[in-house]
Design a protein around this ligand. Structure first.
Ligand code: 5GP
Length: 215
């Protein structure tokens, strides 16, 4: 039987986690990555923060009230959730479970707390990548160049970034975003290699393979 577009029944789906301090260039990289791999689905998180001017509900986030978020959390609808900068964020569980089963690859743009929970919950399927800025002065320059954040916000984001980078040891890969083209090529290499991992293919095909090996 032919696979549905974006799925691969010969292996389980890959959960690609991408975390980065703000100002690292993650948004640009994600849109370039999705253009390069149209078969990867971006998971849309739930959040209690208000939409920004350029954000579209359902595309960037599902924007919900605190009460609704709490209800969903209590009902076990999140694969992970975390409080980031005073707001709650959560990854819907159903999409992930289905994707892993059907060989569909999903990209999660989540913070370090969420990455830890997903790695624990999906130890075989999840692969985590930490996107790091080239240097502290460069990160400060990028944050200031946005022009929208005042000095206090920049200082807070710098402090957050320093804390987040300490969590790098729990990640599988680190990509330094010095230049988008290079970072994109490195991410693509990670995805292509991870798709071929013996464990990922075997977990799915263990039945037929066992038969073949006996003969
Ligand atoms: P922002 O509000 O700027 O879009 O995102 C703030 C931070 O929350 C980013 O680091 C982003 O990766 C993280 N984030 C977005 N969605 C989720 C989620 O569902 N779970 C977790 N743990 N973090 C998330």
């Amino acid at each position: 039987m032919k696979d549905k577009p974006g799925t691969d029944s010969r292996r389980e789906g890959l959960i690609l986690i991408l975390s980065a301090p703000s100002g690292t260039g993650k948004t640009t990289l994600i849109s370039r990555l999705l253009a390069l791999f149209p078969d990867i689905t971006l998971s849309v998180s739930y959040t209690t923060r208000a939409p920004r001017a350029d954000e579209v509900p359902g595309r960037d986030y599902h924007f919900v009230s605190r009460a609704q978020f709490a209800r969903m959390r209590a009902a076990g609808e999140f694969a992970e959730w975390a409080k980031v900068h005073d707001f709650f964020y959560g990854t819907p569980r159903r999409l992930l479970d289905r994707a892993v089963r059907s060989g569909r690859d999903v990209l999660l743009d989540i913070d370090v707390q969420g990455a830890k929970q997903i790695k624990k919950r999906y130890p075989g399927a999840a692969v985590s990548v930490f996107l790091a800025p080239p240097s502290w002065p460069e990160l400060r320059r990028r944050l200031a160049a946005r022009g929208t954040d005042d000095r206090q916000v920049i200082a807070r984001r710098m402090a957050n970034a320093k804390r987040e980078i300490e969590a790098i040891v729990g990640y599988d890969y680190c990509v330094v975003n010095r230049e988008v083209k290079t970072a994109l090529a490195q991410l693509a290499a990670i995805i292509r290699a991870e798709r071929l991992k013996v464990g990922r293919v075997l977990r799915w095909r263990i039945g037929p393979l066992r038969g073949a090996l006996k003969r």
